[in-house]
Design a protein around this ligand. Structure first.
Ligand SMILES: Nc1nc2c(c(=O)[nH]1)N[C@H]1C(S)=C(S)[C@@H](COP(=O)(O)OP(=O)(O)OC[C@H]3O[C@@H](n4cnc5c(=O)[nH]c(N)nc54)[C@H](O)[C@@H]3O)O[C@H]1N2
Ligand SMILES: Nc1nc2c(c(=O)[nH]1)N[C@H]1C(S)=C(S)[C@@H](COP(=O)(O)OP(=O)(O)OC[C@H]3O[C@@H](n4cnc5c(=O)[nH]c(N)nc54)[C@H](O)[C@@H]3O)O[C@H]1N2
Ligand code: SF4
Ligand SMILES: [Mo]
Length: 680
């Protein structure tokens, strides 16, 4: 007998696709025999992707971690032995109590990412457990906060347009986003706009697969886009494409902005970005003169030291030409902030459990410094939903920290990742087919439901269950540390959500107007309701009051190439999947990609072994020569593990760990390297 169970993809991906699992058998004998897209899902309409089409290989992989493990070899050796839950928990509790007694609870560092984006399994009971322990707090973000805070500086909130409204646009600008790869289910909506006559523009330093499909491709040097945006505003004002009524009613600071961009001529922007002036003129006049012009970006450009300014400035554009008044106009980024209408994201916090004691914040991007700086004094690390040794910059410092004998490391994982190899204790984690959750999305307006299709494999548990078990082992008794999954959902889901429909269909549209038209009549997040071209809030923080171009860090003569580490693999999701037999080998990497001129200058031919290096580290890679790069720009695609490299490093052994301008993000994209022939 088979049954069909509805769920939602949990990956850190904007698409949050609906799925249907076909389950064979009954009770604890249930097995998922097929996983396909849910045809009724309005965004993903029955399609998954090259990663999740093979999700069952992942779930039933012989390499799954299915029991608790205890380290028996040296740190990093990957030598573990299976132990009972009881032993693993008492080892963990003993060590955490020891650290608390010896160094204070803030010597414990929790580090969780978005391996699952589920409301419960991403972050819920962990907030209570770590408050009760009194550990350091995780702050900062690998992804999204910088962009969100950039938009907020202009809008007063992080709301944007509904991405699917792109289909009504006459001009589509995909600005630093690789839609066909990273947000593939939005692409049909873009194509629909094109069928109706729209022009599709891609702006990216690298000619991505999305750029290949565009009508027009603009290739600036990374980190220079703000100059281009300033010139677009210059042209909108110069040619009077300004919707003066909109500007008057719904914005503040226009006169200051106009004076500020007066000398941002297309020529000046062309020089700053390394593109021709005709291109700047064309983009600026076409955009300014088209009210149904739709701007779309996700994350790529936030990974620079002007990351927040990029999104702050981009948010100013549609305020000028009246584009927010139109369906198919405006600017769309993450939809995450809209989910406030359905979910009380503060519902899980229990600051009372800390008894009023302040807890220091440690930026998750600074993990290398956190683990190696004696003044910070980290003595225990608890990792879940992430693989920081591969995904966080300054990887070699992280590795040095993980090697410390006086650091006790706990990792909750499905697989023996680079990070897990350095753990003292590993707890086995469920996959999404084994756990209940509610799924907020960031690429569309549908809240998803995820039923557990089968029982947890082996002795694996959902993260919520791990937090309950650790709380118990620590001897804690507060009832809110043990809340059940269903009760947690009840606590967080608002009354606006029709639970019956959500569970029956597997998704429900947020209770928001359709069409969304968020700012057609103002309604920005500031008290005045008006958007801010000039920002007193930024000024008060010592940041520029007006959208301002800061040139990217200069190229170091020793390291004359800018390095980008983008997502280019259709079969990977960040660092997930690269180790699986049908994923890694099919992508054919890792490699470094260079423009033919840069390769020739270094005597490098396609397929040569080369070393990519800077002060942070060195990686031996195969060279690929490709004119899709700009001269001066090299790419090392991200997602491969140490085991795929010759030696111990990965792309993040090279990347810059500098902070973004504001928003607590990381400027991976400001990395400078040299590429030398051969092995060094
Ligand atoms: N297949 C696949 N899909 C994914 C992921 C994955 O790993 N694999 N990851 C998911 C996650 S977590 C995220 S956050 C999203 C990210 O989605 P995107 O933001 O679309 O992807 P990125 O590769 O981070 O960056 C997009 C592009 O930004 C460009 N870029 C970098 N710097 C600049 C700049 O200064 N200016 C401009 N104009 N462009 C710049 C890069 O060259 C890159 O092509 O993708 C999600 N989807
Ligand atoms: N150089 C460079 N670095 C980058 C980026 C880049 O473009 N370039 N992109 C950045 C971005 S945008 C992001 S979002 C981050 C992503 O960085 P991470 O969030 O660290 O992403 P993953 O590598 O996918 O690791 C997720 C892990 O969670 C595990 N997992 C999945 N589900 C569960 C679960 O239910 N429970 C538990 N316990 N574990 C689970 C998976 O097995 C996987 O190992 O990387 C960032 N790092
Ligand atoms: S990873 Fe993204 S595209 Fe693939 S199934 Fe999940 S949500 Fe959809
Ligand atoms: Mo991300």
């Amino acid at each position: 007998m088979t049954t069909e169970v509805l769920g939602t993809c949990h990956h850190d991906c904007p698409d949050s696709c609906g799925w249907v699992a076909t389950v064979d058998g009954e009770g604890d004998q249930r097995v998922v025999v097929k996983l396909r897209g849910n045809k009724d899902h309005p965004f993903s309409v029955g399609e998954l992707c090259p990663k999740v089409n093979r999700f069952l290989d992942r779930v039933y992989s012989p390499d799954r971690i299915l029991t608790p493990l205890r380290r028996v070899g040296p740190k990093g050796s990957g030598e573990f032995e299976p132990v009972s839950w009881e032993d693993a928990l008492s080892l963990t509790a003993e060590n955490l109590h020891r650290v608390i007694d010896t160094h204070g609870a803030e010597a414990i560092v929790p580090w969780g990412s978005a391996g699952t984006q589920g409301l419960l399994q991403q972050s819920s009971l962990d907030q209570r457990l770590f408050a009760r322990m009194g550990t350091s707090r995780q702050i900062g973000s690998l992804c999204g906060e910088t962009a969100g805070w950039g938009m907020t500086a202009t809008h007063g909130n992080a709301h944007g347009a509904n991405p699917t409204d792109v289909e009504h646009a006459e001009l589509v600008v995909l600005w630093g986003t690789n839609t066909r790869l990273t947000n593939r289910h939005l692409w049909p909506f873009v194509e629909r706009a094109r069928e109706r006559g729209a022009t599709i523009v891609v702006i990216d330093p690298m000619r991505t697969m999305t750029a290949e499909s565009a009508d027009r491709f603009i290739q600036p040097m990374p980190g220079t886009d703000v100059a281009l945006m300033l010139a677009m505003m210059h042209v909108a004002i110069r040619d009077d494409h300004v919707d003066h009524d909109y500007v008057e009613r719904y914005t503040e600071g226009f006169d200051e902005l106009a004076a500020h961009v007066a000398d941002w001529t297309p020529q000046r922007a062309a020089d700053a970005c390394g593109i021709d002036v005709e291109t700047v003129e064309w983009l600026a006049t076409t955009w300014a003169g088209t009210r149904r012009s739709f701007l779309r970006s996700l994350i790529g450009p936030e990974h620079h030291d002007d990351g927040a300014m990029f999104f702050r400035t981009l948010s100013c554009l549609p305020l000028l030409n009246g584009s927010w008044r139109e369906v198919g106009g405006g600017f769309a980024r993450s939809c995450g902030a809209w989910f406030d209408v359905a979910i009380d994201f503060g519902a899980f916090a229990r600051p009372n459990l800390t008894n009023g004691a302040p807890r220091r914040g440690l930026n998750m991007n600074h993990l290398g410094a956190t683990l190696t700086d004696p003044d910070i004094g980290a003595h225990a690390l608890i990792v879940w939903n992430g693989n920081p040794l591969v995904t966080v910059p300054n990887a070699e410092a992280i590795r040095a920290g993980l090697l410390r004998d006086d650091l006790f490391t706990v990792v909750s994982e499905q697989f023996m990742t680079d990070t897990a190899r350095y753990a003292d204790v590993i707890f086995p984690a469920c996959t999404e087919l084994e756990q209940l959750d509610v799924m907020p999305a960031w690429g569309h307006l549908y809240l998803g439901w995820n039923n557990a299709a089968i029982d947890p494999l082996g002795e694996s548990v959902p993260n919520t269950e791990l937090w309950r078990r650790i709380a118990g082992a620590m001897g804690y008794t507060e009832p809110e540390l043990f809340t059940s999954d269903l009760e947690l959902i009840d606590e967080a889901l608002r009354d606006t959500v029709d639970r019956e429909t959500l569970e029956r269909d597997g998704f429900i549209r947020l209770d928001l107007p359709d069409p969304l038209l968020p700012y057609a009549e103002g309604g920005f997040g500031f008290e005045s309701g008006k958007a801010q071209f000039a920002s007193p809030n930024l000024e008060a923080q010592g940041l520029p009051r007006l959208p301002t171009f800061t040139p990217p860090p200069p190229l170091d003569p020793r390291y004359p190439l800018a390095l980008t580490t983008p997502k280019v693999h259709a079969r990977f999701l960040n660092s997930s999947y690269s180790q699986l037999p049908k994923h890694g080998p099919a992508e054919g990497g890792p490699w470094v990609e260079l423009h033919p001129d840069d390769a020739a200058a270094r005597n490098i031919a396609d397929g040569d072994e080369v070393t990519v290096h800077n002060e942070a580290g060195a990686l031996v890679l195969t060279a690929r020569i490709a004119d899709r790069m700009r001269p001066g720009l090299a790419a090392v695609p991200f997602g491969w593990w140490s085991q795929h490299h010759d030696g111990e490093g990965t792309a993040n052994s090279l990347t810059s760990a500098a902070d973004t301008d504001w928003g607590g993000g990381v400027a991976y994209g400001d990395t400078r390297v040299e590429v030398s022939a051969g092995r060094r």
